[in-house]
Design a protein around this ligand. Structure first.
Ligand code: BGP
Length: 462
């Protein structure tokens, strides 16, 4: 085939505990912020199906893993639910959760699917949010203890660990833009949250080493490229600041072990520096990642600040730039995000050129679609050709990056099956496999699922 990938390329998909497991009140699970928020404000969410049920992976995992196998997966990323394993965030380990995750890992191995395990996917245990979540330094230690427990319990079965998924998202969504609980809008507190969460990541890596684990550990970042409107210096500066705040804040410290100097200066200039301890510097520099997961959906486009903020408006990252809607940009007509395939290549080349060509893989890439049932054919199969095109067009750029020497090891789509999402419940469907919420969460393979199987099995496409 024209686009051939290496024999050992990782083909698979990603998912997260809160979005798939359900069984929120079953098996001894404690509450996380999503369980709590959904109970408090169900009307915030589009449909009356929340994390309590989700896609019912907790009960259907065997069937799902068999489907993964059928769809050519040689790897799959899941997350462990912190509040399932340690219901109060600290303290006792829930043995039912230990048994559940062992069963899932065993089933994956039985099917020849390598588990990639992530420790944190937006799901702060409620008890820890009540003491301030990532704002409170105690939560950093709690995370390290939780990570250590995971390595001790599951280490022999897992050779690829990830500390966190998109740690910038809880910062943006929870502390800047009023989208995730606890809905705070405060730039300075947001910076503290980001700092503690990336410190917790480094401390988890430290625990990994102390536990003398044999595999690799990394982090998953949405390294959204920040494209400036033009080459005009004011636009370029705007792009650079967006990149510092939203990408390099996590990327540099994870890969290189220190924060970019320009970022520190910028934060200092605006009195936004977080509180730190002297020993943190060594924690960061000694505990960099082995492996980077890259999530990519859409680029960020910015221009020099033109609008004048209201004098009473809170000080926000948008102080430094305005969003830019590039004329003629291609949009996903079924969800409203821009599609810019080359972005995935730009990210990978940046990793090669500026981050020591770190070992990486695409850990999420996907296309959300509303009302996907309208694309069913007579036999009931969703004909999601738009998604096949989306994957192909991105994979072509991954292939080019590979040919140019980028150390990219795999491609995971978001996601295996339709799942519950943070802001949108089941509105946007992403799966290779459809989930029928009106019929016992019945699974059925979409056209893209079969396509994915062919690509994974043939190690490429033409
Ligand atoms: C990523 C998250 C996923 C997933 C995806 C799609 O940022 O890691 O958890 O939800 O985005 O986004 P959405 O579900 O909001 O369409």
């Amino acid at each position: 085939s024209q686009y051939r990938f290496p024999n050992d390329f990782w083909w698979g998909s990603a998912a997260s505990a809160t979005q798939t497991e359900g069984a929120a009140a079953i098996g001894g699970k404690g509450k996380n912020i999503w369980d709590y928020w959904y109970e408090q404000e169900p009307n915030r969410f589009f449909q009356q199906i929340g994390p309590a049920k989700a896609s019912r992976f907790y009960e259907k995992y065997k069937e799902d893993i068999a489907l993964m196998k059928q769809l050519g997966h040689n790897s799959f990323r899941l997350s462990i639910s912190w509040s399932r394993l340690i219901p109060n965030g600290t303290g006792n380990v829930n043995q039912e959760a230990v048994a559940f995750y062992h069963q899932v890992l065993d089933e994956l191995h039985k099917m020849g699917i390598e588990p990639f395990v992530n420790l944190y996917h937006f799901d702060m245990p409620l008890a820890l949010q009540q003491i301030g979540g990532w704002e409170n330094r105690e939560v950093v230690d709690a995370f390290q203890a939780y990570a250590r427990a995971c390595f001790q319990l599951f280490g022999p079965k897992v050779s690829k660990w990830f500390t966190q998924n998109e740690p910038i998202v809880p910062v943006e969504a929870g502390y800047l833009y009023d989208m995730h609980y606890p809905n705070i809008i405060d730039f300075k507190r947001a910076v503290q949250v980001g700092y503690h969460s990336i410190l917790a990541s480094a401390k988890a890596i430290q625990a990994y080493k102390e536990e003398r684990q044999q595999g690799k550990i990394g982090i998953i970042l949405n390294v959204t490229p920040s494209y400036p409107r033009s080459n005009h210096p004011a636009d370029v500066k705007a792009g650079k600041i967006a990149d510092l705040l939203f990408n390099r804040s996590f990327l540099d410290v994870s890969v290189k072990g220190y924060f970019p100097e320009e970022l520190v200066l910028l934060l200092d200039e605006h009195d936004l520096l977080p509180s730190t301890r002297a020993e943190d510097e060594a924690t960061f520099s000694h505990n960099t990642i082995d492996l980077l997961g890259v999530n990519y959906y859409q680029p960020r486009r910015v221009k020099a600040k033109e609008s004048v903020p209201h004098p009473d408006a809170p000080f926000m990252p948008e102080h430094f730039f305005d969003a830019y809607e590039m004329p003629g940009r291609k949009m996903n007509p079924y969800r409203g995000w821009e599609i810019y395939e080359k972005g995935i290549y730009d990210i990978l080349m940046n990793l090669k050129n500026n981050y020591g060509n770190i070992e990486c893989f695409i850990s999420e890439n996907g296309m959300g679609v509303e009302n996907e049932d309208r694309f069913k054919d007579e036999s009931g199969v969703i004909q999601d050709d738009y998604r096949i095109t989306f994957y192909k067009d991105h994979l072509k750029w991954v292939h080019k990056a590979l040919a140019e020497g980028v150390n990219v090891k795999g491609y995971h789509v978001w996601t295996f099956m339709d799942n519950w999402s943070w802001m949108n419940a089941y509105k946007n469907r992403y799966g290779l496999v459809a989930v029928d919420l009106n019929n016992n969460a019945k699974r059925s393979i979409k056209k893209s699922g079969w396509w994915f199987r062919d690509v994974a099995t043939c190690q490429g496409f033409s």
